[in-house]
Write a protein that binds this ligand. Structure first.
Ligand code: ZN
Length: 426
């Protein structure tokens, strides 16, 4: 058998998760977490309806079995079984008959994109509706239609899950993905697939930080997590919100609200040093759950990594965001950016030169010999000199890499060698 291809594996996961009817609560989220849990162990949390979470309240749980609009002959002209996007998320139950003129008020289309079905929700105002293509709408003839939404809104729970990769320190990095969109592939499923693979790689890499992966419904899920973890939030030193991780576009990094948090500097360094085409954006209080993590009371060092950003592509929040829109090679590339960034973050410490008066003699400590066979001996020697000179407790290895123009890996290797030789202390 051929070795598994991570791009194909991540894409297969996107395809498998795609049909589930996720929302901010309900069995679609649970089913999604069950599948994620087949890949990485999860701690699933169920928070009861009515629970106060910061300024919000956990809503009633929504579930849906079926929904359709049928014409006079009984033919389903809009059918939830074909795509869960056909029903407005959180639609209240309906079972009635009405003329097209009245039904129209509940129908949502995209006249500018006549072949795509829009994604709509009505979480916090009771309503019902259907989404369909403009072409289907135009094909509907006047007359009476049977309208059925077999949904339920009941006191239940909001469900979210965590997966922790223990590090050598208890300081944490959070990686957060939303899990509340139904059949939308790039916008939520691609991020989930990358996060799963990232968690497995980190577990094998014996990381410095403890990495906490959060799979929660957008907005209310992040708010619920923050409300339940407010006491321990000081442990969270860095974070990344992952979304839109698989489209054909180049990578976009959106800075944290702080703008110069360590995660911001790391991502910018890694993207620049890699030579990838990329865009860096300033923080804005819009987008994904960086809005919550970077709300002023928390103001965490949490940035957001996407390819084409939030609302930045025509297929965004439409049936066009299907598994074909997600490319295995883009998933692999997003995973690589995360891997490279966390590898830098994990090694980005500050050191103190224990022999700061004049250059210490490297030769007598065997530090030149150790470079003998290396093709990059000159660079490695330079890196040692830079690390020795700037390790004053103020400059991090990333500061030194940027100031010297040397690759971070060389600088980090130099620090390790100098530490083993007793010349450097963290
Ligand atoms: Zn979205």
């Amino acid at each position: 058998m051929m070795a598994a291809d991570p791009g194909q594996e991540m894409h297969a996961l996107v395809e498998r998760l795609y049909p589930l009817c996720r929302s901010i609560t309900g069995d679609g989220v649970r089913g999604t977490l069950d599948i994620i849990g087949e890949h990485i162990p999860l701690t699933v949390h169920e928070v009861p309806t009515g629970t106060q979470v910061l300024d919000w309240t956990v809503p009633q749980e929504w579930n849906i079995a079926d929904a359709y609009v049928a014409d006079a002959t009984g033919r389903r002209v809009i059918d939830f079984r074909e795509s869960n996007l056909h029903v407005v998320g959180y639609s209240t139950p309906v079972d009635t008959t009405m003329p097209l003129s009245e039904l129209r008020e509940h129908l949502h289309t995209l006249p500018e994109q006549p072949d795509l079905v829009p994604y709509r929700t009505s979480y916090y105002a009771p309503a019902w509706g259907f989404c369909l293509t403009q072409r289907t709408l135009e094909s509907l003839v006047d007359g009476e239609y049977r309208v059925v939404i077999d949904s339920s809104l009941t006191d239940g729970h909001l469900t979210y899950a965590e997966h922790v990769v223990p590090g050598r320190v208890t300081d944490e990095v959070i990686v957060s993905c939303h899990v509340c969109h139904p059949s939308l592939a790039n916008d939520n499923l691609a991020g989930i697939a990358v996060a799963i693979f990232l968690a497995r790689e980190l577990a094998a890499a014996d990381p410095h930080y403890t990495y906490r992966f959060l799979f929660a419904p957008g907005t209310i899920g992040a708010i619920t997590w923050l409300a339940r973890n407010a006491e321990a939030i000081g442990k969270v030193k860095h974070g990344l919100v992952l979304a839109c991780a698989g489209d054909a576009g180049s990578v976009t990094y959106k800075r944290s609200r702080r703008g110069d948090a360590e995660i911001d500097r790391v991502l910018e360094h890694v993207l620049r040093a890699s030579g990838r085409p990329h865009t860096v954006r300033e923080f804005s209080p819009y987008g994904y759950d960086e809005r919550q993590f970077c709300s002023p009371g928390f103001n965490l060092g949490v940035g957001s990594l996407t390819r084409t950003p939030y609302a930045g592509y025509p297929e965004y929040h439409t049936s066009g965001d299907n598994p074909d829109f997600v490319l295995p090679e883009s998933l692999v590339d997003t995973l690589a950016v995360c891997r490279e960034a966390f590898s830098v973050l994990d090694r980005n410490h500050r050191y103190v030169n224990l022999s700061p008066y004049g250059e210490p003699q490297l030769g007598k400590r065997g530090l030149y010999d150790s470079l003998g066979g290396r093709s990059d001996a000159k660079q490695a020697q330079l890196a040692m000199l830079w690390v020795l000179n700037f390790s004053d407790g103020e400059h991090s290895l990333l500061d030194i890499a940027e100031r010297s123009g040397l690759p971070f890996d060389s600088v980090a290797d130099a620090a390790l060698a100098l530490q083993s030789a007793g010349l450097l202390k963290e």
